[in-house]
Design a protein around this ligand. Structure first.
Ligand SMILES: *[C@@H]1O[C@H](CO)[C@@H](O)[C@H](O)[C@H]1NC(C)=O
Ligand SMILES: *[C@@H]1O[C@H](CO)[C@@H](O)[C@H](O)[C@H]1NC(C)=O
Ligand SMILES: *[C@@H]1O[C@H](CO)[C@@H](O)[C@H](O)[C@H]1NC(C)=O
Ligand SMILES: *[C@@H]1O[C@H](CO)[C@@H](O)[C@H](O)[C@H]1NC(C)=O
Ligand SMILES: *[C@@H]1O[C@H](CO)[C@@H](O)[C@H](O)[C@H]1NC(C)=O
Ligand SMILES: *[C@@H]1O[C@H](CO)[C@@H](O)[C@H](O)[C@H]1NC(C)=O
Ligand SMILES: *[C@@H]1O[C@H](CO)[C@@H](O)[C@H](O)[C@H]1NC(C)=O
Ligand SMILES: *[C@@H]1O[C@H](CO)[C@@H](O)[C@H](O)[C@H]1NC(C)=O
Ligand SMILES: *[C@@H]1O[C@H](CO)[C@@H](O)[C@H](O)[C@H]1NC(C)=O
Ligand SMILES: *[C@@H]1O[C@H](CO)[C@@H](O)[C@H](O)[C@H]1NC(C)=O
Length: 496
């Protein structure tokens, strides 16, 4: 028991010790696939230090040589049967695709297959032997301590995943999962997990709130609590990762770290995918990056890094299926960012928003009463200078609650230095990269002009309620009408 406990401590400490990283998956189903050299230079220009390939393409591995970039290569599913049935086929694969490239190319892991249990069940019986054969070839080359062997699992093989403490791997796969976990444990490897809150959200029929999937702040009463552990979950990503920890623990494996091999959000979809939007993709990936790099860990293992590879580098226009399938990328084929991540001030990698041009706007279709309440809050307790919204001022037209709320939200967001959580307003606000300025109504954050409305300070004052044309000025009376709970929510969510 003592030894087990010590071992657990050691492993936990070492995985917490490792600096968490964000990597990127590189799918290649593009009509205009950039050359390996172009891919490598995009990675370098964006300071992307970790990538996962879906194969072990020779030219790509050559292009990644001497870049310092860490590479996870993949044994494609269609080569799995051969490799799982013959140790010499496995040794040949390792020799040709790995030994030929190290150490110039820093290959750090081999993903044996991809979501085999869920997408290629007939190869499941050989997957563990394929992992063992690949590992044996690395041992023979004395590379087993620097190159880890694992296999990415779809989170769908974890059943009853909420509450996380009750999660378990689909028992029909016990004959595979148990020896697989033994292998990962005995080789000091890690579980590779694909985590897609987007699909969980889409399939939940409204049970999972969008904010919960997007790592947006939730009011405390909306946080999901695991009744068995009393752990609070503020986002779907953590809940899935913890479900995997618990599913392993259910089989008595408590010291295997997790890396998320794929996670992301599509920026575009067809009419049945209304939440595949640029803003949502940006919000998800920006928040994911912050969450991972901040070493927050999960509620079950706080502080333990869960390094993650974003799905994916490029939009893959050749992928079949729904429109969203083609739109998970951070870049188009020309290396132009699909959107600019909101990572200002965090000193982080990836498409830098040096222009700082993000805006906080009223969410499309938001409830008018909620918008009005949030607008009143911003122009009142939020201390936004709403003078530009008064009749005769540049942002009075269009005189709609949505337009005025957009102005006030954006001003508040910029006043707060665009800090995370300051574009929320109880869920009726959203961040965008489209400048909402129009005619002479210039929004805070547009261009380099900084404060656009110079200090005629018409901040709400005691005698301002006389002018009914300016919505900002009636905030006091509306606040009185708001129920206390609503006010609490507004202030909590805005100030956390
Ligand atoms: C390769 O990657 C490993 C793991 O991140 C790192 O420890 C090592 O220093 C890297 N080697 C080179 C030559 O960059
Ligand atoms: C394959 O396995 C056999 C039997 O265990 C062993 O003798 C042989 O050396 C292995 N070959 C390779 C290439 O690892
Ligand atoms: C568990 O896995 C089996 C075998 O793939 C599958 O038939 C079954 O539907 C899975 N169970 C659930 C609840 O997904
Ligand atoms: C896990 O360990 C407990 C206590 O040692 C044991 O009772 C249980 O059968 C084990 N479960 C599995 C799946 O091995
Ligand atoms: C990182 O985590 C700490 C502690 O949980 C928190 O105070 C801080 O705001 C976080 N930083 C970011 C950028 O999320
Ligand atoms: C990121 O910033 C650097 C220098 O600040 C610039 O050269 C590069 O073009 C920027 N990248 C993007 C995608 O904006
Ligand atoms: C972006 O905004 C932050 C905080 O508002 C500021 O510190 C930084 O200098 C800005 N960067 C640029 C390039 O304007
Ligand atoms: C910034 O101010 C200058 C003059 O002060 C003006 O010409 C320009 O249009 C403004 N830019 C923006 C984006 O508001
Ligand atoms: C503010 O507006 C007043 C009156 O329109 C003008 O005289 C003054 O120069 C402006 N101040 C700044 C800093 O632009
Ligand atoms: C408020 O009313 C007083 C007296 O009626 C007036 O002097 C003052 O200028 C008003 N303040 C504003 C901001 O309109």
């Amino acid at each position: 028991m003592v030894w087990l406990f010590l071992l657990f401590l050691l492993v936990s400490v070492s995985s917490a010790d490792e600096d968490p990283f964000i990597g990127v998956n590189i799918g290649t189903a593009l009509a205009d696939m950039p050359s390996p050299t172009q891919v490598a230079s995009l990675l370098k220009s964006q300071s992307i230090r970790h990538v996962r390939l879906y194969d072990a393409d020779n030219a790509m591995l050559v292009a990644l040589a001497n870049t310092g970039i860490r590479v996870t290569v993949t044994v494609p599913n269609d080569e799995l049967l051969g490799i799982g049935q013959s140790n010499s086929t496995a040794a040949n694969w390792v020799s040709k695709h790995v030994l030929a490239h190290v150490p110039a190319t820093n290959i750090t892991a081999i993903a044996v297959g991809s979501e085999v249990l869920s997408s290629l069940p007939n190869a499941a019986p050989v997957i563990v032997s394929a992992m063992k054969f690949v590992h044996a070839a690395l041992v023979a080359a004395d590379l087993d301590s620097t190159i880890k062997v694992s296999t990415p699992l779809a989170s769908s093989i974890i059943l009853d995943s909420f509450p996380p403490s009750q999660a378990f791997f689909n028992r029909s796969w016990d004959s595979v999962t148990v020896p697989m976990l033994k292998f990962l444990q005995s080789t000091n490897s890690y579980l590779m997990l694909n985590v897609y809150p987007y699909y969980d959200y889409m399939q939940s029929n409204g049970v999972i709130p969008l904010d919960y999937a997007l790592f947006r702040p939730l009011p405390p009463n909306k946080e999901a609590v695991d009744a068995n552990t009393l752990l609070h979950y503020t986002n779907v990503f953590d809940a899935i990762v913890d479900a995997a920890y618990f599913a392993m623990a259910y089989l008595n494996f408590t010291n295997i770290p997790i890396k998320v091999l794929e996670s992301g959000w599509p920026s575009k979809g067809d009419s049945s995918e209304p939440d595949a939007t640029m803003d949502n993709a940006n919000t998800y990936n920006s928040n994911l990056i912050r969450h991972v790099l901040n070493s927050t860990g999960t509620p079950k293992h706080p502080g333990v890094a869960v390094s993650t590879y974003i799905y994916e580098l490029y939009n893959e226009d050749l992928r079949p299926g729904a429109l969203s399938e083609k739109n998970w990328g951070l870049f188009d084929a020309n290396g132009v960012p699909v959107y600019t991540l909101h990572l200002t001030g965090s000193g982080l990698v990836l498409a830098n928003d040096t222009a700082n041009e993000t805006y906080c706007v009223a969410r499309e279709g938001a409830d008018a009463k909620m918008l009005q309440a949030a607008l009143d809050w911003a122009c009142g307790p939020g201390k936004v200078d709403c003078s530009a919204l008064m009749q005769g001022q540049p942002c009075y037209d269009p005189d709609t609650v949505e337009a005025h709320a957009t102005y006030a939200f954006d001003a508040y967001y910029h006043q707060m230095g665009m800090a995370s959580g300051t574009c929320f307003f109880n869920g009726v606000a959203a961040i965008t990269t489209t400048n909402p300025s129009h005619e002479t109504c210039l929004f805070p954050g547009s261009g380099k002009n900084g404060t656009l409305f110079n200090g005629t300070s018409l901040a709400p004052s005691a005698n301002s309620t006389t002018d009914s044309a300016a919505p900002c000025q009636s905030w006091r009376s509306i606040n009185v009408a708001l129920d206390a709970g609503m006010l609490m929510l507004l202030s909590i969510t805005i100030f956390t």
